[in-house]
Design a protein around this ligand. Sequence first.
Ligand code: TMP
Length: 396
Amino acid sequence: MIKKFLDLGLQPLANNYLINQKKLSIKNNELYKLEVFFDLKTKLVSISKKIPKNKMFNNKYPYKSSMSMTMTKSFKKLHKDIIKDFDPKLFLEIGSNDGALIKNFKKNKAICVEPCNNLAKITSKLGYKTYPNYWDRNLAKKIKKKYGNVDVVYAANTITHIADLENVFKSIFNVLSQNGILIIEDPSLLECLKKTSYDQFYNEHIYVFSAIAVKNILDKFNFELFDIQNLQTHGGSLRYFIKNKKNKLYKIKKTVTKQINKELKFGMNKINVYKKFSNSVLKSKFKLLKILKKIKNKNKTIVGYGATAKSTTVLNYCKIDNNFIDYFVDTTPDKSNKFMPGKNIKIYKYNQKLLNNVDYIFLGAWNFKKEIINKEKKFKKRGGKFISHVPKPHVF
Ligand code: TMP
């Protein structure tokens, strides 16, 4: 049985940056109700509305993993670790985006799958065999036929974007070699609850995983976790290492029970903790609006930094438009000169000069706080201030 615990109101598709200002409507399927549920049995947290995948992941997908140094560095280190610990003869990445990880691998030892054609073209051009398809059973079969089994399958911020988890896991397990492993990484639900980062919920994030839920899902397929790493990326993520229960090559590390116990201690197997989270989300909204109103009453300027998909949730849930935020800046070329979905705030290609007369920066990309503050020392030095809604709305 699933129980609703959070209502984030009407939302547009988060990554659907608009070319022109436009009032979106429910009638035209441009807005949907974003509600979040907890499954009492599997402990899985998911949004209710499932948008057709080709509406979200197509040849216009704007997000590029390589846009941040933090992600690039994290992937470089991961490549080293994978070679050191598993030395795969064949590595497969599902959801390779613009190649931030795969480009660290040798071309004859790595293949990738990326349904957004604009991104798939990038890794193809780099010389990596790239399937411009959605991951499913047929593709898994095709890959197995051509290459044989895969030793390491990896997917970052991808599995939580696919509605049919049974299909996705079954087809991955089918393609793995006998001692092959699956590594997935996704935002941590525990961190999301602790930080009241409700903006982890948007149409693409169909699920936000806890280790408890991942364990319950894997049990169904005779697979198990053998290691979990805590990462700083995306506001706190978990990297799960998964193997067949028959695979005795890898010992189950203490990190698995440690993470699960941490989550149980927090109460993540019970609905109450999610109801409490929902109250905190409401408080967060009022506090953020209070801060923004106070700043605007003093006639100060606020600019958004990082036109993230997460910001779409915040802007639309809190009803923040260009009365509060003049514009957003973002380094991603495909977001430039477009408008934040639903709230019509213009996005400009990042240029430090755009911050010259700005009093406050709202951190849309709060998950890259360190990297951004480091880059904007000049802004801070001349008295500029930052606003973040995470973990609680505050100015610093
Ligand atoms: P994400 O939080 O979904 O990964 O998106 C981060 C966004 O922030 C992405 O559009 C790139 C943008 N960004 C900047 O514009 N400047 C920066 O310095 C960083 C780190 C990210």
